[in-house]
Write a protein that binds this ligand. Structure first.
Ligand code: SAH
Length: 373
């Protein structure tokens, strides 16, 4: 069983494989956010590319790639952007050396199995355009909170939906502090999203992240970071928060031992924009080119356009949300509470989602940085 201070890298990983419970099949929300962040990615790549020309080999790393389609989605977007830009500038497209990074427990094998098909796709694009695009995929397992690459070796870092995972989970709130529950009007209320130790852990981790990447990037290199950020409303409900609330209920109904819950902490923190800006400024070698927020409803519809997803009814909607949240958090929960309660937990989760859906909003920060010193 995981202890309170178990390093995240030993227990955290998305559900592998490609069946219907896998992360591979459940990464729709992050895909949507990636799509909406695409113009910022373009801008960011263009800037990096034009300041580093001429270039024979472009080295790009995707940090927290996970497994499944998304693992190569960012990479293929980046290749397309550089390819088009090279055509416009009438320079030769560089060879791409791509490093896929995630924690040691990640299902790298399933990515490797999709690499031949990926190479094939790139080759076909090449045939259409009659000039070569060579892409070489490498894997770099390990924590991005620390050194992953030699100094001055990478041109561009991309990271999608990973930096809200902190390296260790400090003790979560005590039940007293956890003012997260249903009141008599059936509203969820949250007075404290997470205790100060979480923000302290984030500060340490993110600072180490920024320092490590700064060392590894060439001057003029860029980063595009997308991760869950705080959405400041009194009802800022996170998926781990909602899971926590359900676990509390299950303890009170004797379905889960209280002692297990007391030692369960989720290594997840949503920072505020100010926290993030301060750490980047404090480190000192990056300029912040863009800092945007993208808001999405938990069912994947963006807040300004309604009903992108065609769900039959709320039940289907709830099912959809419960399925992808399960792919993300089940490995962590299973270690702690056992497989036996997972179905019940996520059934309850689904019902809570149906109950609160209009209030359930993700806020993703999209941050574009350039190394200037
Ligand atoms: N980039 C994908 C996956 C996001 S899931 C997408 O946008 O859909 C988040 C991933 O971050 C997980 O696979 C998790 O294992 C990884 N991760 C979390 N902490 C990490 C760390 N310290 N170092 C490397 N990867 C980490």
């Amino acid at each position: 069983m995981a202890t309170m201070s178990a390093p995240v890298e030993q227990v955290l990983h998305m559900t592998g494989g490609d069946d219907e419970t896998s992360y591979a099949n459940n990464a729709l929300i992050t895909q949507k956010v990636m799509m909406r962040a695409r113009p910022i990615l373009e801008e960011s790549i263009q800037k990096m590319y034009s300041t580093n020309l001429p270039m024979t080999c472009l080295k790009v790393a995707d940090l927290g790639c996970s497994s499944g389609k998304n693992a190569l989605l960012a990479v293929s977007n980046i290749i397309k952007i550089v390819d088009e830009m090279s055509d416009r500038l009438k320079v030769e497209t560089p060879t791409f050396q791509i490093f896929l990074n995630d924690l040691f427990g990640n299902d790298f094998n399933s990515i490797f199995k999709s690499v031949p098909e990926f190479y094939e796709r790139i080759k076909q694009d090449k045939a259409e355009k009659q000039h070569g695009t060579t892409c070489l995929i490498n894997a770099t397992p390990g924590s991005f909170y620390g050194t992953l690459f030699p100094s001055n070796s990478i041109h561009f870092f991309h990271s999608s939906y990973s930096l809200h995972y902190i390296s260790q989970a400090p003790k979560w709130w005590s039940d007293e502090e956890a003012k997260l529950g249903d009141d008599e009007d059936n509203n969820i209320y949250v007075t404290s999203n997470s205790p100060p130790s979480y923000s302290e852990q984030f500060r340490k981790d993110f600072n180490l992240f920024v320092r490590s990447r700064s060392r590894e990037l060439v001057l003029g290199g860029g980063m595009l970071l997308t991760f869950a950020g705080r959405y400041d409303t009194p009802q800022d409900i996170t998926a781990p928060g909602l899971i926590r609330m359900i676990l509390n209920n299950m303890v009170s109904q004797n379905l889960i031992e209280e002692a297990r819950l007391a030692h369960f902490n989720v290594p997840f923190y949503t920072a505020t924009e100010n926290e993030v800006r301060e750490i980047i400024k404090g480190e000192g070698s990056f300029s912040i080119e863009r800092f945007e927020s993208i808001k999405t409803s938990w069912d994947g519809s963006s807040l300004d356009e309604e009903g992108i997803e065609s769900f039959e009814d709320d039940d289907e909607r709830g099912e959809f949300v419960a399925r992808y949240v399960r792919a993300i958090f089940e490995p962590l929960l299973k270690v702690h509470f056992g497989e036996g309660v997972m179905d019940e937990l996520f059934l309850r989760f689904k019902n809570k989602v149906i109950q609160f859906l209009p209030k359930l909003v993700y806020n993703a920060f999209v941050i574009s940085l350039v190394k200037i010193a």
